[in-house]
Each structure stands twice: as structure tokens, then as C-alpha cells.
Design a protein around this ligand. Structure first.
Ligand SMILES: Nc1ncnc2c1ncn2[C@@H]1O[C@H](COP(=O)(O)OP(=O)(O)O)[C@@H](O)[C@H]1O
Ligand SMILES: [Mg+2]
Length: 359
């Protein structure tokens, strides 16, 4: 048998475009060249699909000037990409797709819908889990049902913010929560549009900021505690959870800068936690992944509240970061699974899902 043809899709239209361009390099280097014939497709911020000829064109960013476009055909009888070069059209068969995309149009079920239409196996969560995991309000509704603790919140509609009903919304928030509060667009990613407010003036500023990112805004109780994350892998039949890791943010909270540019932010694998807490978090992570209909991979994030020692669920990321400082691959590394094995495992899970019928 020849090598399997894999399409690695990266970039994307979200605010996490740049993170994806870094994640993809880690993933691509880990794909076995003797087993797979790799095609790189980069999606620009404007949504153009371009063929990237090499990994080096991704690392230096020159793929954005590619003259060759390549799109995935939704035609399930074809299972191919269509390549347009100098007015000429060619096609290439694709056996499996690895979408290394974070955020909107990548991690939210939209591109997963295209893979389903095309009936091409793909790495990661399906349409529903991706969409529900991307939308923090819907994640909360699903997790609520499991009886796992989460931060109390008030839902604010961006349309009310735009219409200038700011005092009214602030009163709704204040009736339920004390300052400080966290303000987040429901479909936030990489902390974009997220802020912390210590008084009404900051709350109003935060609502205006978040309203620019999404139609729904969550205002949450501030959870004072440690930030603990757990990696999950597998399918509904067999879900595995890694050990846990801790985020030590070099800022008041884990904002975009603290995540990606501030060298003072640290991650600790297997931190010292009170008795039983690691197990509780691992078990909650698996239950949440399963309740969301997760498949392949997810990183599930929690707080360990300081005063109560309670585990509080924060959010799930269905396509976690794969940069050199990312928690997801590090957590599996600590379990003895290196990045090559992890990537191969994900591709195998993708292939199995389609063999076993629909996801
Ligand atoms: N309710 C909260 N209490 C305390 N800190 C919070 C709360 N919500 C978010 N944060 C802080 O903000 C960061 C980003 O929020 P998060 O919900 O993880 O959104 P994103 O999807 O952008 O990562 C978290 O890592 C944490 O540091
Ligand atoms: Mg987060």
C-alpha cells in the first residue's frame, strides 16, 4: 500500500490564526513522512484557501503569497481537493484531514460540517461537540446537567449593549454577582475580548469590549484559585484522561499576552494538589468530554477554588494549542506518549470513526 494522503489545514479566519500557524508546525513535524503524503492548506484571515508548498513556507509566512489555491470538495463521491494553478485545475485524493485550527471557523463545527459532507475522516471533535465547546453558554448548559460546579454567571446580549442599555445590564449583573467579575464573549478564544471588572465603570467597558466579539456575553463570578488543566483523548467507547497541569499566569489573569508572549507565565505538570483532587478533575474532564459528544481530543480547564478547595469547571477546548509551550502535548508526554505517538493516535482515531459508521 502506498502512503495515505493527509491534508493538514491551518491558519483560519479566527483571532487565533497566528497560534494555529505555530501549532501546525509542531503537528506537521510529528507526522510520519514514510506513512503519510502531506498536503498543507493554509486559510488566510480573509478566508482564502491556499496551497502551502512546504513547512518552511509556513514558518516564514510566505505561504500567504502562494498563487495556488486548494479547496476541499464537498462531493462525497470524490474525496479530493481541487487545486487551481494558473487557470489550470487538478485534483488530489485525500484520505484524512487534520484541521489544526483554533477558534471560529475551525474549532466551532463549521469546517467539521464540510468534512462530514465530504465524508472524509478528520481529526478531532465532530460538529456538535465543536459547536457546543466553542460556545461557553452552551457548554455551561450541558455541564450544568452533570452537576459539576461552574462559576455563576449572568448572560448579557450584545444587542442590549449596542442599544446603550448599559446601566440596566449592569444592574442585572450586580443583582447576582459581587465585584470583581469576569466578562467574556461566549465564543471567546485565547482570552480575546475577555476582561476583569472591579466596579461598574469597568463592567460597562468590559461589556462594550465583549460585544465587539460575540452576540452573547457571559459575566461570571471571579473564581479565586489555581488554574488546572487536563488532557482528554479517545472516543465514546474509550476515553482517557492525562494527569493534570497548572497554569501560573504572569498577569492578573491568563490573558493573551500572558499565554503567548510573556515568558514569565509557566506551566507545571503534575503539580502538588490536595488529596483526591487530581482524580476528581480527571474524572470530571472525561464526563464533560463524553457529555459533549467529544471525539479525538480536548483540553478541559478547571479552577481549584482557594477557600473551598472545590473543583470548578471553566472551559473545554476541542482543538487545544500545539505550540512548544502548550499544555496538551506536554500532559501526554508526561504519560509517556511523545508528540509523534500522540499525532499518530489522533489520525488513527479519525480513520476509525469513519470505518465505524457515522460519528
Ligand atoms: N470566572 C473566572 N474567575 C477567575 N478567572 C477567570 C474566570 N474566567 C476566566 N478567567 C481567567 O481568564 C482566562 C481566560 O478565560 P477563558 O474562559 O479560559 O477563555 P478563553 O477561551 O479565551 O481561554 C482564564 O484562563 C482565567 O485566567
Ligand atoms: Mg482558556
Amino acid at each position: 500500500m502506498g502512503r495515505l494522503s493527509i491534508a493538514v489545514i491551518f491558519g483560519g479566519q479566527s483571532s487565533e490564526h497566528e497560534i494555529s500557524c505555530i501549532s501546525v508546525q509542531t503537528v506537521a513535524k510529528a507526522i510520519r513522512q514514510d506513512t503519510y503524503d502531506i498536503t498543507y492548506i493554509g486559510i488566510t484571515k480573509e478566508g482564502r484557501w491556499l496551497l502551502a508548498d512546504s513547512l518552511s513556507s509556513i514558518s516564514d509566512g510566505s505561504w500567504r503569497e502562494s498563487e495556488v489555491s486548494a479547496v476541499l470538495s464537498p462531493d462525497a463521491s470524490k474525496k479530493e481537493i481541487i487545486i487551481f494553478e494558473n487557470g489550470k485545475i487538478t485534483t488530489k485524493k485525500i484520505d484524512v484531514v487534520f484541521p489544526v485550527l483554533h477558534g471560529m471557523y475551525g474549532e466551532d463545527g463549521t469546517i467539521q460540517g464540510l468534512f462530514e459532507m465530504a465524508q472524509i475522516p478528520y481529526v478531532g471533535c465532530g460538529v456538535l461537540a465543536s459547536a457546543a465547546g466553542m460556545d461557553k453558554v452552551y457548554t455551561k448548559i450541558i455541564v450544568e446537567d452533570l452537576g459539576i460546579r461552574q462559576a455563576e454567571y449572568v448572560l448579557v446580549r450584545a444587542k442590549d449593549v449596542m442599544a446603550g442599555k448599559l446601566e440596566e445590564q449592569a444592574e442585572r449583573v450586580e443583582a447576582k454577582l459581587n465585584y470583581p467579575v469576569f466578562i467574556k464573549p461566549s465564543k471567546a478564544g485565547s482570552s480575546q475580548g475577555v476582561s476583569k471588572a472591579h466596579d461598574r465603570a469597568e463592567l460597562i467597558e468590559g461589556l462594550k469590549l465583549a460585544a465587539g466579539h460575540d452576540t452573547k456575553i457571559l459575566v461570571e463570578r471571579n473564581i479565586v484559585g489555581r488554574e488546572i488543566e487536563c488532557a482528554v483523548l479517545g472516543s465514546a467507547e474509550a476515553v482517557e484522561a492525562s494527569g493534570v497541569g497548572e497554569i501560573l499566569a504572569a498577569a492578573e489573569f491568563y490573558d493573551f499576552d500572558a499565554k503567548y508572549t510573556n515568558a514569565e507565565s509557566r506551566t507545571v505538570i503534575s503539580p502538588e494538589l490536595p488529596e483526591g483532587k487530581t482524580e476528581e478533575i480527571r474524572s470530571a474532564a472525561k464526563r464533560i468530554f463524553t457529555a459533549l459528544d467529544g471525539y479525538g481530543l480536548s483540553r478541559v480547564d478547571f479552577f481549584l477554588e482557594k477557600d473551598t478547595n472545590q473543583v470548578v469547571f471553566n472551559e473545554i477546548n476541542t482543538m487545544p494549542g500545539f505550540t512548544s509551550i502548550s499544555m496538551y502535548p506536554m500532559l501526554w508526554q508526561a504519560e509517556g506518549m511523545d508528540i509523534e505517538q500522540l499525532v499518530e493516535k489522533q489520525i488513527q482515531l479519525a480513520l476509525q470513526r469513519m470505518q465505524g459508521g457515522k460519528a
